[in-house]
Design a protein around this ligand. Structure first.
Ligand code: ADP
Ligand code: MG
Length: 281
């Protein structure tokens, strides 16, 4: 079976205007359709810039010096407008407030707004809105004012608005960093549902336990360079993680201290279930 590559990045280099350092330095990787990719790395490593390069904000909005190639869903970002890219890839930012248009009175209308802009017909629109309201668990809130929602609900509304456009890929840049634990959990559950629906997920996240639990592969970025891109088990088993300002999941840290590894793979556990299995031997 041939698996489609929804993202192909080749030797991507990027510098913001009026800066001297590369924010992205010779990055190459590809992502299979339906994969869930986590991106980790310390503050200012280049995670957000990479997200912006996937959706086209880099270079179309930020300008600057750009080299290499980014292809998403078969479309080369450099040759497509941000609007054209939105049909293939959507982005959710840290703060849900910035993503709500405030032009509309209800959750329902907020989602409809993006679709109306595409000139979509009424029947299709209603169908899609009902689908995303259900998928993101927002049906009961459809008549609410978006600004009366909790943080987690608002972030799910931002995701709903994007998913209604039926993109192949969704990028989430630290979507839970401004949320309380309950709101974070709501967003993780919602993203997990999207993943099960076959949407390709790229998620920047500081909560390593969550990334270890949900991601198929994890990318480690440092100073604009891709250090590694591998399974959570392999990546979090690296002995030099701390050098890149990343702490592995708590279960991995404990297992490292006790030197408890999976005998067949030689890797440390990364989730609570794996740890439980290994520690109970
Ligand atoms: N709009 C901008 N203009 C100039 N430099 C920027 C801009 N945004 C980010 N940078 C720089 O690019 C580098 C990567 O930043 P960023 O992608 O935001 O990192 P992260 O998301 O990992 O914290 C940093 O050196 C940062 O200072
Ligand atoms: Mg960032």
């Amino acid at each position: 079976m041939v698996v489609k590559k929804t993202i192909v990045v080749e030797n991507l280099k990027y510098r913001y205007p009026n800066t001297s350092k590369l924010a992205l330095d010779s990055i190459s990787f590809s992502v299979d359709e339906g994969q869930f990719v986590g991106i980790v790395g310390k503050n200012l490593a280049g995670k957000s810039t990479l997200c912006e390069a996937l959706v086209g904000l880099v270079p179309h909005f930020y300008k600057g010096a750009y080299g290499g190639k980014v292809v998403v869903d078969g479309v080369e970002v450099l040759n497509s407008s941000i609007g054209e890219m939105a049909r293939h890839i959507g982005i959710v930012f840290q703060n849900p407030f910035t993503q709500i248009t405030a032009a509309k009175l209800t959750v329902y209308e907020e989602i409809a707004f993006g679709l109306e802009n595409l000139g979509m017909d009424r029947v299709e629109m209603v169908k899609r809105i009902d689908y995303v309201l259900d998928l993101l668990g927002l049906y009961d809130f459809k008549d609410r004012n978006p600004f009366e929602l909790s943080g987690g609900q608002m972030q799910r509304l931002a995701i709903a608005g994007i998913i209604a456009m039926k993109p192949t890929v969704i990028v989430l840049d630290e979507p839970t960093s401004q949320l309380d634990p309950q709101g974070s959990e709501e967003v993780f559950k919602a993203v997990q549902r999207l993943s099960k629906e076959g949407v390709t997920i790229v998620m920047v996240e500081q909560k390593m336990e969550k990334i270890a639990q949900y991601a198929d592969k994890v990318m480690l970025i440092s100073e604009g360079k891709m250090i590694d891109f591998d399974s959570p088990q392999k990546l979090f088993s690296r002995e030099d993680l701390e050098n890149f300002g990343v702490e592995p999941p708590v279960f991995t840290t404990i297992a490292k201290k006790l030197n408890v590894k999976d005998e067949t793979t030689g890797l440390y556990p990364v989730t609570i279930d794996e740890a439980r299995r290994l520690f109970s031997l």
